[in-house]
Design a protein around this ligand. Structure first.
Ligand SMILES: Cc1cc2nc3c(=O)[nH]c(=O)nc-3n(C[C@H](O)[C@H](O)[C@H](O)COP(=O)(O)OP(=O)(O)OC[C@H]3O[C@@H](n4cnc5c(N)ncnc54)[C@H](O)[C@@H]3O)c2cc1C
Length: 311
């Protein structure tokens, strides 16, 4: 560990866990440990991290459900802040400005959010039932699917910058949203988000949840992965391009392009994150060579130092 990280760990005291394994906290289930790991259950924990980091230049990762990232086999030489239980709350605020408002803590799972909303007769969040991430991860990634996304219903969110100490509650317009991207910085923690939804028929909402779950089962693989590896290029689909490049089912070591959906890369049980990383680069370069399209990674690669394709 670097002296800076040692100082951060010392300042965190009992809140810091050293060399904490991350694989089990991500849907890829591979990869090494975090040098310093903090389980943040409430705002006080976040403030303690902010104080420990003050004036120190260390790498930082805010971890949600780990469903959109790949941690290197060597691990992450920095501080990981994992939002847990205390941030998994849900509130129905009632009608505001003609819309139904719900507020959810950043650690709430998206499928739980979708189901809670439908149970209240609220429509607009059904897409989230098929996305195994957290509310905070969705705000950061502008997660979406089935014709909608986070940007479509997010109104405000609370954030805290663990590096600068700045904090606030801002409107969605501050997020600079685009397709699967936002302006949330690496050092910012989103602690809750508020969504504006419509009133609707609960039975119709339930049917939509069922049909989304069914569609996911039919079209997406199970196992260890982080969903779509690459974003869809404008007007096209990354899966179609990977398929056209002849890479469906292609294997490199313990990683394989899914037979079921070519934009998913699976890791074997006990496999290697570095194999997944190398396969991502290989897919990207073969697709560029055979189709002329430069794919852009949607999965965030954490702790990799190898220089290869642009990240
Ligand atoms: C089977 C499968 C299907 C998927 N399908 C979809 C889909 O249809 N649509 C889609 O958009 N995505 C999909 N994903 C990807 C993923 O679920 C989403 O990107 C999700 O929003 C990530 O949330 P997370 O909590 O897992 O974030 P993580 O993977 O933990 O982190 C992702 C990024 O968000 C940041 N982050 C996480 N929490 C916070 C927070 N509280 N504050 C600030 N930053 C934070 C992290 O630092 C990181 O940069 C899928 C993944 C899987 C495994």
């Amino acid at each position: 560990m670097t002296p800076e990280l040692e100082a951060v760990a010392a300042a965190l005291g009992a809140r810091a866990q050293l060399a904490h394994p991350l694989g089990a906290l991500s849907t890829y289930r591979v990869g090494g440990p975090a040098a310093v790991f903090v389980e943040a259950g409430d705002e006080e924990d976040l403030i303690a991290v902010r104080e420990a980091l003050s004036g120190r230049d260390v790498a930082l990762l805010v971890l949600g459900k780990g469903s959109n990232l790949l941690v290197a086999d060597a691990g992450f030489e920095g501080v990981v802040v994992h939002l847990s239980g205390g941030f998994a709350w849900f509130d129905h605020l009632g009608e505001v400005d003609g819309t139904e408002r719900v507020r959810a803590g950043a650690a709430l799972e998206l499928p739980v959010l979708a189901r809670r909303c439908v149970a209240l007769g609220l429509r607009g969040m059904e897409w989230a039932v098929g996305v195994p991430g957290s509310v905070g991860g969705a705000v950061r990634m502008n997660a979406g699917g089935h014709g909608s996304d986070t940007a479509a219903s997010l109104v405000t969110y609370r954030w805290l910058d663990l590096a600068s100490g700045r904090e606030g509650i801002d409107g969605v317009e501050h997020l600079g949203y685009g397709y699967r991207r936002s302006s949330v910085a690496q050092s910012e923690v989103v602690s809750w988000a508020e969504f504006a939804l419509g009133r609707g028929d609960e039975a119709a909402g339930r049917e939509e949840l069922r049909s989304i779950v069914r569609w996911r089962r039919e079209h997406q693989p199970g196992g260890s992965n982080a969903g779509s590896v690459f974003t869809n290029p404008p007007g096209d689909s990354a899966g179609r391009l990977i398929d056209e490049a002849g890479l469906r089912g292609y294997r490199l070591g313990t990683a394989q392009v899914s037979e079921k959906h070519a934009n998913f890369i699976q890791a074997d049980d006990g496999g290697s994150a570095d194999d997944v990383d190398r396969l991502m680069d290989q897919v990207r370069s073969v697709v560029a060579e055979r189709t002329g399209v430069e794919l852009v990674a949607e999965v965030r690669r954490i702790g990799f130092t190898r220089t290869g394709e642009p990240r």
